[in-house]
Ligand binder design. Structure first.
Ligand code: NAP
Ligand code: GDP
Length: 319
C-alpha cells in the first residue's frame, strides 16, 4: 500500500484502556486517508468465530490493531487461569484467522511483558519470549499471548500474511478498569485511595511494595502503536517501554498516587498477599534504535491525569 491509499483501521478492544488512548491519538492525527473503527464487545463476541467473521464483513478493514483480550491484574490472573487461557486463545485464533481470510494488509497484535520467562537474565529483550516458563501466577494469560507470536510466524510462512506484535509493559491511564480486586495495580490503588479518603481510613497495599515495574501511560503507548502500524516491518515482536532506569517500585507508585490525590492517611503493606513476579525489566533498545526521538510523559504527571480522570468519571467508569 502506498501512503495515499485509503486505509480502514479496525481496532479490536477499542473501548478499553489502550483502545481509548489510540482513539484520542488517532483523532489528533486527522489523516484524511485513514478511517478508524473502534470495536467494543457489544459489537460482537470475538470468542465466537461467526460473530468475528460478521464484524470483518461489516467493516471490511484493510488493517487491524488487535487489542481485545481478557485482561486483569495479578490477583485476577491467579484466580481465573482457565478463563484467561481459553478466552484469549479463542479471541486470538478467530481474529488472526479472519485477518487471513479477509486479506488484511497488516495486523499488529498486543502481547505483554508478563509473558516473558520468570527465570531469566535482565534486561529482557524481544528474543527471549519463548525461553522458559512464565511466572506461575499468570501462566494462563502468558501462554495464550505467546501463541500469537507462534501464529504470526506460521501465517507468514504458510500464507504470506504480515502479522506482527508489540510488547508493552504495565499500562495505565484514562478509561482503565478500576475494579477493586481484578484490576491492575495503578487503577486498583487509585480506587482504593479514593475510598480510603472518603471513609477516612488508611490505604492497604497488597504485598510488600518491593516488586519493580516499568509503567507506560496509555497516551504514550498510543503513539507507539500507530508508529508500529505505519513503520514496524518485522514479524517478530518489539517491546514498547520506558527505559530500564524508569523502573519503579510498587511502594513508590502508591506514594505517587497518594500525593496526586492529596491522601494524608497511612500506607500499610499487607505482606500476606502475593507480590507476583519480582521484576520483569525490559529493554527498549530495539525501539530506541528505530524511533530515536522517544519521549514519555513523566509518571508523576500521568498518574495525576489518571487520578483526575477517575474522579471526574467515577459514576460511569469500569469499577
Ligand atoms: P481493557 O481495558 O480491559 O480492554 C479490553 C478490551 O477488549 C475492551 O475493549 C473489551 O470490550 C474487549 N474485549 C474483551 N473480551 C472481548 C470479547 N470476548 N469480544 C470482544 N471484545 C472483547 O484492556 P487493555 O488494558 O486496554 O488491554 C489491551 C491490550 O493490551 C490487551 O491485549 C492486553 O493483553 C494488553 N496489555 C495490557 C496491559 C495493561 O497493563 N493493561 C499491559 C500489557 C499488555 P468491552 O469493554 O466492550 O468489554
Ligand atoms: P503484574 O505486573 O502483572 O504483576 O500486574 P499488577 O498491575 O497486578 O501489579 C501487581 C503488583 O502490584 C504486585 O506486586 C502486587 O502485590 C502489587 N499490588 C499492590 N496493590 C495492588 C492492587 O490493589 N491490585 C493489584 N493488581 N496489584 C497490587
Amino acid at each position: 500500500m502506498t501512503k495515499d491509499q485509503k486505509r480502514v483501521i479496525m481496532v479490536t478492544g477499542g473501548s478499553g484502556l489502550v483502545g481509548k488512548g489510540i482513539e484520542t491519538y488517532a483523532k489528533s492525527l486527522n489523516r484524511p486517508n485513514d478511517s478508524w473503527v473502534f470495536l467494543r464487545s457489544s459489537d460482537g463476541d470475538l470468542k465466537d468465530k461467526e460473530a468475528t467473521r460478521t464484524i470483518f464483513k461489516k467493516y471490511n478493514p484493510t488493517h487491524v490493531i488487535h487489542l481485545a483480550a481478557r485482561v486483569g491484574g495479578l490477583f485476577s490472573n491467579m484466580k481465573y487461569k482457565v478463563e484467561f487461557f481459553r478466552e484469549n486463545i479463542a479471541i486470538n485464533d478467530n481474529v488472526l484467522e479472519c485477518c487471513r481470510e479477509f486479506n488484511i494488509v497488516k495486523c499488529v497484535s498486543c502481547l505483554s511483558t508478563c509473558i516473558f520467562p520468570d527465570k531469566t537474565t535482565y534486561p529482557i529483550d524481544e528474543t527471549m519470549v519463548h525461553n522458559g516458563p512464565p511466572h506461575p501466577s499468570n501462566e494462563g494469560y502468558a501462554y495464550a499471548k505467546r501463541m500469537i507470536d507462534v501464529l504470526n510466524r506460521a501465517y507468514n510462512e504458510e500464507y504470506g500474511c504480515k502479522f506482527t506484535s508489540v510488547i508493552p509493559t504495565n499500562i495505565y491511564g484514562p478509561h482503565d478498569n478500576y475494579h477493586l480486586h481484578d484490576s491492575h495495580v495503578i487503577p486498583g490503588l487509585i480506587h482504593k485511595t479514593y475510598l480510603a479518603m472518603k471513609n477516612n481510613q488508611d490505604l492497604t497495599i497488597m504485598g510488600s511494595g518491593k516488586p519493580l515495574r516499568q509503567f507506560i501511560y496509555s497516551l504514550d503507548l498510543a503513539k507507539l502503536f500507530v508508529w508500529a502500524l505505519d513503520n514496524y516491518e518485522e514479524l517478530s515482536p518489539i517491546i514498547l517501554s520506558v527505559g530500564e532506569e524508569d523502573e519503579i517500585s510498587i511502594a513508590d507508585v502508591a506514594h505517587l498516587i497518594a500525593e496526586a490525590m492529596d491522601f494524608k492517611g497511612k500506607l500499610i503493606f499487607d505482606t500476606s498477599k502475593a507480590d507476583g513476579q519480582f521484576k520483569k525489566t525490559a529493554s527498549n533498545h530495539k525501539l530506541k534504535s528505530l524511533y530515536p526521538d522517544l519521549t514519555f510523559i513523566p509518571i508523576k504527571d500521568a498518574i495525576k491525569e489518571s487520578c483526575k480522570w477517575f474522579i471526574e468519571n467515577y459514576d460511569t467508569c469500569r469499577k
